[in-house]
Design a protein around this ligand. Structure first.
Ligand SMILES: Nc1ncnc2c1ncn2[C@@H]1O[C@H](COP(=O)(O)OP(=O)(O)O)[C@@H](O)[C@H]1O
Ligand SMILES: [Mg+2]
Length: 576
């Protein structure tokens, strides 16, 4: 129930120490307050002079103020720590996601990551604010009060002590029920975020297919089920708060009744009896506070689990194994019996891949969809980590994986849908080269075949594009990616992952004219299932079910009458 991970947060021990001292003083203030109040009442009851009441009344007031001022102080002390911790957590989360790369976003979903980084961290902040002081309060205040009661009258101390584990047990049972509900609620929440973002992104497609109404219903259903989950969590929260309040009130009543009997029997004096009675609710207060907020904090706790799960995800270390590299005609890249298994699958997706590449070449990667082309490109780009067996090397330097800073500086990655930032066209082109001049950018745009389109734009290269601005067609997005490659001649390796897969034949043909020149003097990996590209390649890798079933020059493959020829006939001559 108490989250042990809290104490692993950096700096937590120091703050817990400071807050612990404050809570300790506060507990003493509570005892002093109860004692002073009791003395004042007993003196009044005994009809003593009013003067005997003044001092206890002042002490009571001071203790009362001190107690509440301490609450304010504790929050003041805690807030900067919580703000820093959650701020750091957000930064760490973003940095980690950047390091983990696109595979991580695929795995968790964009919507989920966005809500995690924005709202999730805010929930963590609320959670930390609510829970840290309450835990300290619960672990200090009741025990000091108990000690004092023990000193006044051991019978009541034992009763209070004995009832505590029962309450804890009670809370644990209700807490577990609430936790499983809240887990489901959080899953629902993640599903809702992913669903919502997906639907927004897919809206054009949904409209075209006439499915937007059905999807609106779908979003409604998902949010409705989230609402129900929230309500059922709240139901448990309310029930358990009620039960706990009832139970502690009952315990206080029992204490009062027995004190009453003892008073009548003359076994106890009025002052200690009254002090114990005033302190009894204070004894239960911290645990009630904790329980009352427990449900409010579950979301934050779950959000923190989600954030920590990402932060603790293993990532590829040893990113600096490769010494400085400028890919040139003599450079070599070697994969020797390399396999790759996705974390959540048992069978390897890439099996026993061996390639030996030297200098500048155009390498086509072909195969049916699902054969492992993207996985291979991602392995080469270092976005995915290979299995342990097998060897990878660049220029003879053996490497654990290709997530090498010095290798990644050498390539450009052009996927099916290159991402366009909400920025000007010029900024999108000069994305990799921040110091490019305007004429260099224009030149690159010309080479990529963008000039005719740019002429039609009101602000030319300074037109805003990306989400929320001018929309860009698939072919234009590819050309912008291509312009990035033209602009940065220092990146000699190009990784293409089906750049033309969703383009129509004419757009593809015109794009091809502009792409081919950039291939010269580069090492190109070009994954495609459109076989007409093969004629422009120097070398072809044929993938099938994660295996590299054939490799060679296009002519060799054509003559061999093996998998390539089979694939070609399966895909139909029309594509050639
Ligand atoms: N993130 C992933 N986790 C688990 N399996 C995956 C993942 N991405 C792809 N796969 C599986 O790996 C195989 C190869 O996929 P992929 O490399 O995308 O093929 P291609 O690009 O040739 O269409 C497929 O069976 C696919 O389902
Ligand atoms: Mg693919």
């Amino acid at each position: 129930m108490i989250d042990k991970r809290l104490f692993d947060l950096p700096g937590m021990k120091k703050y817990a120490g400071i807050l612990g001292v404050l809570v300790f003083i506060q507990a003493i203030a509570i005892i002093v307050q109860a004692r002073a109040l009791s003395i004042a009442i007993v003196n009044l009851w005994n009809l003593q002079s009013f003067n005997t009441v003044i001092v206890p009344a002042i002490v009571f007031t001071v203790a009362f103020l001190a107690r509440h001022l301490l609450t304010v102080t504790e929050n003041r002390v805690l807030f900067p720590f919580v703000a820093k911790t959650s701020g750091d957590m957000r930064e760490d989360l973003m940095a980690k996601i950047f390091r983990l790369g696109p595979a991580e976003i695929d795995k968790r979903g964009t919507g989920n990551i966005v809500t995690m980084a924005l709202e999730g961290i805010d929930q963590v902040q609320t959670y930390l604010m609510l829970v840290i002081i309450k835990i300290l309060d619960m672990s200090i205040t009741p025990w000091l009060i108990l000690l004092y009661v023990l000193f006044l009258r051991w019978e009541q101390a034992i009763f209070l002590f004995a009832i505590f584990p029962v309450i804890i047990l009670f809370m644990i049972i209700l807490g577990l029920a609430a936790q499983s509900k809240a887990d489901r609620q959080y899953e629902g929440y993640q599903r809702l975020s992913n669903h919502f973002v997906d639907t927004l992104r897919g809206l054009p497609t949904l409209k075209q297919l006439g499915l937007s109404k059905r999807y609106a219903d779908n979003v409604y259903e998902v949010s409705e089920s989230y609402r129900k989950e929230t309500m059922s969590t709240l139901k448990i929260a309310l029930t358990s708060t009620f039960a706990l309040d009832f139970f502690t009130t009952l315990s206080i009543a029992v204490v009062a009744v027995f004190l009453g009997f003892d008073l009548m029997d003359g076994k106890v004096m009025l002052l200690p009896a009254l002090t114990i009675l005033v302190l009894a609710p204070e004894y239960f207060l911290p645990i009630r506070n904790f329980a009352n907020d427990y449900h409010a904090t579950l979301n934050g706790k779950n959000a923190m689990s989600a954030v920590l799960a990402v932060l603790h995800e293993p990532e590829m270390t040893e990113r600096e194994v490769l010494p400085d590299l400028k890919w040139n005609n003599d450079s070599t890249l070697k994969l020797d019996h390399v396999s790759l298994t996705y974390p959540d699958t048992k069978q390897p997706t890439l099996k026993d891949i061996s390639i030996d590449i030297k200098g500048m070449q155009k390498i086509g990667i072909i195969g049916a969809s699902g054969s492992g082309k993207s996985t291979l490109i991602n392995l080469i780009g270092g976005f995915l980590s290979p299995d342990d067996k097998g060897r990878i090397s660049i220029d003879g330097q053996s490497l654990p994986h290709l997530n090498q800073a010095n290798w990644q500086k050498n390539f450009l990655y052009i996927p099916q849908n290159p991402y366009l930032f909400h920025a000007t066209l010029a900024d999108n082109i000069s994305f990799y080269v921040s110091n490019a001049t305007e004429s260099e950018i224009k030149n690159a745009a010309d080479k990529a075949g963008l000039s005719n389109w740019i002429k039609t734009l009101p602000d030319g290269l300074n037109t805003m594009i990306g989400e929320g601005a001018r929309t860009v067609s698939g072919g234009q997005a590819q050309r912008i990616a291509l312009a990035r490659a033209f602009l940065d001649p220092s990146r000699k390796v190009l990784l293409f992952d089906e750049p033309t897969a969703h383009l129509d034949i004419e757009t593809e043909a015109s794009l091809k004219n502009d792409i081919l020149p950039v291939f010269n003097d580069h090492l190109v990996f070009f994954a495609t299932h459109r076989l007409h590209w093969i004629g422009d390649m120097d070398y072809v890798l044929v993938m099938d079910h994660g295996r590299l079933v054939e490799q060679g020059t296009p002519d060799e493959l054509a003559q061999r009458n093996g998998d390539y020829v089979k694939l070609r006939s399966e895909m139909g001559a029309a594509d050639l």
